[in-house]
Design a protein around this ligand. Structure first.
Ligand SMILES: Nc1ncnc2c1ncn2[C@@H]1O[C@H](COP(=O)(O)OP(=O)(O)OP(=O)(O)O)[C@@H](O)[C@H]1O
Ligand SMILES: [Mg+2]
Length: 223
Protein backbone atom coordinates (compact mmCIF):
# COMPACT_ATOMS: atom_id res chain seq x y z
CA UNK A 1 0.00 0.00 0.00
CA UNK A 2 2.80 2.38 0.93
CA UNK A 3 4.48 1.63 -2.39
CA UNK A 4 1.22 2.43 -4.15
CA UNK A 5 0.89 5.67 -2.26
CA UNK A 6 4.44 6.68 -3.19
CA UNK A 7 3.68 5.87 -6.82
CA UNK A 8 0.45 7.89 -6.66
CA UNK A 9 2.24 10.84 -5.07
CA UNK A 10 4.87 10.70 -7.80
CA UNK A 11 2.19 10.63 -10.50
CA UNK A 12 0.43 13.54 -8.83
CA UNK A 13 3.66 15.60 -8.68
CA UNK A 14 4.45 14.81 -12.29
CA UNK A 15 0.98 15.92 -13.29
CA UNK A 16 1.34 19.18 -11.37
CA UNK A 17 4.63 19.85 -13.12
CA UNK A 18 3.08 19.05 -16.50
CA UNK A 19 0.22 21.45 -15.78
CA UNK A 20 2.54 24.18 -14.61
CA UNK A 21 4.62 23.76 -17.74
CA UNK A 22 1.48 24.01 -19.83
CA UNK A 23 0.62 27.29 -18.08
CA UNK A 24 4.02 28.70 -18.92
CA UNK A 25 3.68 27.45 -22.47
CA UNK A 26 0.31 29.22 -22.68
CA UNK A 27 1.89 32.48 -21.57
CA UNK A 28 4.78 32.06 -23.96
CA UNK A 29 2.57 31.24 -26.91
CA UNK A 30 0.30 34.22 -26.12
CA UNK A 31 3.36 36.47 -26.02
CA UNK A 32 4.67 35.02 -29.26
CA UNK A 33 1.31 35.55 -30.93
CA UNK A 34 1.21 39.12 -29.65
CA UNK A 35 4.71 39.79 -30.97
CA UNK A 36 3.82 38.29 -34.35
CA UNK A 37 0.57 40.29 -34.53
CA UNK A 38 2.40 43.49 -33.68
CA UNK A 39 5.09 42.77 -36.24
CA UNK A 40 2.70 41.88 -39.06
CA UNK A 41 0.15 44.63 -38.56
CA UNK A 42 1.38 47.67 -36.65
CA UNK A 43 5.02 47.10 -37.64
CA UNK A 44 4.15 47.12 -41.35
CA UNK A 45 2.02 50.27 -41.10
CA UNK A 46 4.68 52.08 -39.08
CA UNK A 47 7.30 51.27 -41.72
CA UNK A 48 5.04 52.76 -44.38
CA UNK A 49 4.54 55.89 -42.25
CA UNK A 50 8.30 56.21 -41.84
CA UNK A 51 8.81 55.94 -45.59
CA UNK A 52 6.17 58.60 -46.25
CA UNK A 53 7.78 60.95 -43.74
CA UNK A 54 11.11 60.41 -45.45
CA UNK A 55 9.55 61.30 -48.79
CA UNK A 56 7.79 64.32 -47.26
CA UNK A 57 11.15 65.55 -46.09
CA UNK A 58 12.31 65.70 -49.68
CA UNK A 59 9.15 67.16 -51.21
CA UNK A 60 8.34 69.58 -48.37
CA UNK A 61 6.48 72.52 -49.82
CA UNK A 62 6.29 70.80 -53.20
CA UNK A 63 3.23 69.51 -55.08
CA UNK A 64 3.38 65.94 -53.77
CA UNK A 65 2.99 67.07 -50.17
CA UNK A 66 -0.80 67.08 -49.77
CA UNK A 67 -1.51 63.54 -51.03
CA UNK A 68 1.42 62.24 -48.97
CA UNK A 69 0.05 63.95 -45.88
CA UNK A 70 -3.42 62.49 -46.51
CA UNK A 71 -1.92 59.05 -46.97
CA UNK A 72 0.14 59.34 -43.81
CA UNK A 73 -2.94 60.35 -41.85
CA UNK A 74 -4.78 57.31 -43.21
CA UNK A 75 -1.90 55.04 -42.23
CA UNK A 76 -1.87 56.50 -38.73
CA UNK A 77 -5.60 55.77 -38.39
CA UNK A 78 -4.98 52.24 -39.59
CA UNK A 79 -2.23 51.86 -37.03
CA UNK A 80 -4.49 52.99 -34.22
CA UNK A 81 -7.18 50.56 -35.36
CA UNK A 82 -4.69 47.68 -35.60
CA UNK A 83 -3.48 48.30 -32.07
CA UNK A 84 -7.08 48.39 -30.87
CA UNK A 85 -7.78 45.06 -32.61
CA UNK A 86 -4.76 43.43 -31.00
CA UNK A 87 -5.64 44.66 -27.55
CA UNK A 88 -9.24 43.50 -27.99
CA UNK A 89 -7.97 40.11 -29.02
CA UNK A 90 -5.73 39.82 -25.96
CA UNK A 91 -8.48 40.89 -23.58
CA UNK A 92 -11.90 41.34 -25.17
CA UNK A 93 -13.47 44.50 -23.69
CA UNK A 94 -16.95 43.03 -23.90
CA UNK A 95 -15.79 40.41 -21.39
CA UNK A 96 -14.28 42.90 -18.95
CA UNK A 97 -17.14 45.40 -19.36
CA UNK A 98 -20.23 43.22 -19.66
CA UNK A 99 -19.22 39.74 -18.53
CA UNK A 100 -19.25 36.18 -19.75
CA UNK A 101 -22.84 36.00 -20.99
CA UNK A 102 -22.52 38.90 -23.41
CA UNK A 103 -19.00 37.91 -24.44
CA UNK A 104 -20.15 34.39 -25.36
CA UNK A 105 -23.05 35.88 -27.32
CA UNK A 106 -20.59 38.04 -29.27
CA UNK A 107 -18.31 35.07 -29.89
CA UNK A 108 -21.19 32.94 -31.24
CA UNK A 109 -22.30 35.73 -33.58
CA UNK A 110 -18.75 36.12 -34.87
CA UNK A 111 -18.45 32.38 -35.53
CA UNK A 112 -21.77 32.29 -37.39
CA UNK A 113 -20.77 35.29 -39.48
CA UNK A 114 -17.32 34.00 -40.40
CA UNK A 115 -17.92 30.27 -40.88
CA UNK A 116 -20.60 27.96 -42.25
CA UNK A 117 -21.24 26.49 -38.83
CA UNK A 118 -24.56 27.20 -37.13
CA UNK A 119 -24.36 27.99 -33.44
CA UNK A 120 -27.18 27.41 -30.98
CA UNK A 121 -26.49 29.23 -27.71
CA UNK A 122 -28.57 28.64 -24.60
CA UNK A 123 -27.95 30.74 -21.50
CA UNK A 124 -29.46 29.80 -18.19
CA UNK A 125 -27.58 32.49 -16.37
CA UNK A 126 -28.52 35.74 -14.65
CA UNK A 127 -26.73 39.01 -15.31
CA UNK A 128 -24.66 38.82 -12.15
CA UNK A 129 -20.90 39.09 -12.73
CA UNK A 130 -18.67 36.15 -11.84
CA UNK A 131 -15.07 36.15 -10.63
CA UNK A 132 -12.88 37.61 -13.40
CA UNK A 133 -10.59 34.51 -13.47
CA UNK A 134 -13.61 32.28 -13.99
CA UNK A 135 -15.08 34.48 -16.71
CA UNK A 136 -11.76 34.64 -18.54
CA UNK A 137 -11.12 30.90 -18.24
CA UNK A 138 -14.59 29.99 -19.57
CA UNK A 139 -14.28 32.49 -22.40
CA UNK A 140 -10.83 31.24 -23.45
CA UNK A 141 -12.01 27.64 -23.28
CA UNK A 142 -15.04 28.46 -25.44
CA UNK A 143 -12.68 30.12 -27.96
CA UNK A 144 -10.48 27.00 -28.10
CA UNK A 145 -13.48 24.68 -28.38
CA UNK A 146 -14.84 26.73 -31.28
CA UNK A 147 -11.44 26.78 -32.88
CA UNK A 148 -11.08 22.98 -32.54
CA UNK A 149 -14.59 22.31 -33.80
CA UNK A 150 -14.00 24.52 -36.84
CA UNK A 151 -10.50 23.25 -37.56
CA UNK A 152 -10.95 19.54 -36.94
CA UNK A 153 -14.56 18.41 -36.71
CA UNK A 154 -16.36 19.33 -39.96
CA UNK A 155 -19.40 19.95 -37.77
CA UNK A 156 -22.41 21.76 -39.20
CA UNK A 157 -23.95 22.76 -35.89
CA UNK A 158 -22.63 23.55 -32.44
CA UNK A 159 -24.77 23.64 -29.32
CA UNK A 160 -23.34 25.74 -26.53
CA UNK A 161 -25.09 25.87 -23.18
CA UNK A 162 -24.01 27.89 -20.18
CA UNK A 163 -25.88 27.22 -16.97
CA UNK A 164 -25.68 28.40 -13.39
CA UNK A 165 -27.33 25.88 -11.18
CA UNK A 166 -27.06 24.90 -7.51
CA UNK A 167 -23.74 26.66 -7.02
CA UNK A 168 -22.16 25.32 -10.22
CA UNK A 169 -21.31 27.09 -13.41
CA UNK A 170 -21.49 24.57 -16.22
CA UNK A 171 -20.63 25.03 -19.88
CA UNK A 172 -21.54 22.33 -22.36
CA UNK A 173 -20.12 22.49 -25.86
CA UNK A 174 -21.36 19.96 -28.38
CA UNK A 175 -20.45 19.58 -32.05
CA UNK A 176 -21.96 17.13 -34.53
CA UNK A 177 -18.65 16.53 -36.25
CA UNK A 178 -16.39 13.57 -36.84
CA UNK A 179 -15.26 13.11 -33.23
CA UNK A 180 -11.87 11.68 -32.33
CA UNK A 181 -10.10 9.07 -30.29
CA UNK A 182 -8.73 10.81 -27.18
CA UNK A 183 -6.04 8.14 -26.75
CA UNK A 184 -4.74 8.46 -30.26
CA UNK A 185 -4.72 12.16 -31.10
CA UNK A 186 -1.55 14.13 -31.10
CA UNK A 187 -2.24 16.74 -28.41
CA UNK A 188 -1.59 20.31 -29.44
CA UNK A 189 -1.53 23.17 -26.99
CA UNK A 190 -5.30 23.51 -27.03
CA UNK A 191 -6.37 20.50 -24.95
CA UNK A 192 -3.49 21.02 -22.49
CA UNK A 193 -4.20 24.73 -22.10
CA UNK A 194 -7.86 24.10 -21.40
CA UNK A 195 -6.92 21.63 -18.67
CA UNK A 196 -4.49 24.10 -17.09
CA UNK A 197 -7.04 26.89 -17.15
CA UNK A 198 -9.66 24.69 -15.52
CA UNK A 199 -7.19 23.44 -12.92
CA UNK A 200 -6.27 27.01 -11.98
CA UNK A 201 -9.89 27.83 -11.09
CA UNK A 202 -10.39 24.48 -9.32
CA UNK A 203 -12.84 23.29 -11.90
CA UNK A 204 -13.08 20.19 -14.05
CA UNK A 205 -13.25 19.45 -17.74
CA UNK A 206 -14.47 16.27 -19.41
CA UNK A 207 -14.39 15.42 -23.08
CA UNK A 208 -16.74 12.77 -24.45
CA UNK A 209 -16.07 11.78 -28.01
CA UNK A 210 -15.92 8.83 -30.35
CA UNK A 211 -14.89 8.74 -34.00
CA UNK A 212 -17.87 9.69 -36.23
CA UNK A 213 -19.94 10.63 -33.16
CA UNK A 214 -19.25 14.29 -32.52
CA UNK A 215 -17.68 15.72 -29.41
CA UNK A 216 -19.13 16.97 -26.14
CA UNK A 217 -16.98 18.93 -23.72
CA UNK A 218 -18.31 19.80 -20.29
CA UNK A 219 -16.57 22.34 -18.09
CA UNK A 220 -17.74 22.97 -14.56
CA UNK A 221 -16.68 25.00 -11.59
CA UNK A 222 -18.17 25.61 -8.17
CA UNK A 223 -19.03 29.31 -7.80
N1 LIG B 1 -14.02 18.99 -31.87
C1 LIG B 1 -13.10 18.15 -32.40
N2 LIG B 1 -13.44 17.31 -33.40
C2 LIG B 1 -12.54 16.44 -33.93
N3 LIG B 1 -11.26 16.36 -33.53
C3 LIG B 1 -10.85 17.17 -32.54
C4 LIG B 1 -11.74 18.11 -31.92
N4 LIG B 1 -11.06 18.77 -30.94
C5 LIG B 1 -9.81 18.27 -30.97
N5 LIG B 1 -9.66 17.32 -31.91
C6 LIG B 1 -8.46 16.51 -32.18
O1 LIG B 1 -7.60 16.61 -31.04
C7 LIG B 1 -6.33 17.10 -31.43
C8 LIG B 1 -5.74 17.92 -30.31
O2 LIG B 1 -6.44 19.15 -30.12
P1 LIG B 1 -5.64 20.41 -29.57
O3 LIG B 1 -6.61 21.53 -29.43
O4 LIG B 1 -4.89 19.99 -28.35
O5 LIG B 1 -4.56 20.69 -30.70
P2 LIG B 1 -4.70 21.43 -32.10
O6 LIG B 1 -6.06 22.07 -32.22
O7 LIG B 1 -4.33 20.44 -33.16
O8 LIG B 1 -3.57 22.54 -32.02
P3 LIG B 1 -3.61 23.92 -31.17
O9 LIG B 1 -4.82 23.87 -30.27
O10 LIG B 1 -2.33 23.91 -30.40
O11 LIG B 1 -3.70 24.99 -32.18
C9 LIG B 1 -6.59 17.83 -32.72
O12 LIG B 1 -5.44 17.90 -33.52
C10 LIG B 1 -7.68 17.00 -33.36
O13 LIG B 1 -7.12 15.87 -34.01
MG1 LIG C 1 -6.77 23.33 -30.70
Amino acid sequence: MIKNQVELRKLHDERQTDLLNAVFETQESERKRLAEDLHDSVGQVLSAIKLNLHRLDKTAGGQGTLPLLADTRKLTDECIQEIRNIIHNVLPPVLTDYGLKEALEGLCIKIEQNTNVKVDLKKKLDDERLQPEIELAFYRIAQELFSNAIKHSEATIIHLTITKDAGWLVMEFKDNGRGFNTDEVKHGFGLKNMESRVQLINGEINVYTKPKNGTITIVRVMI
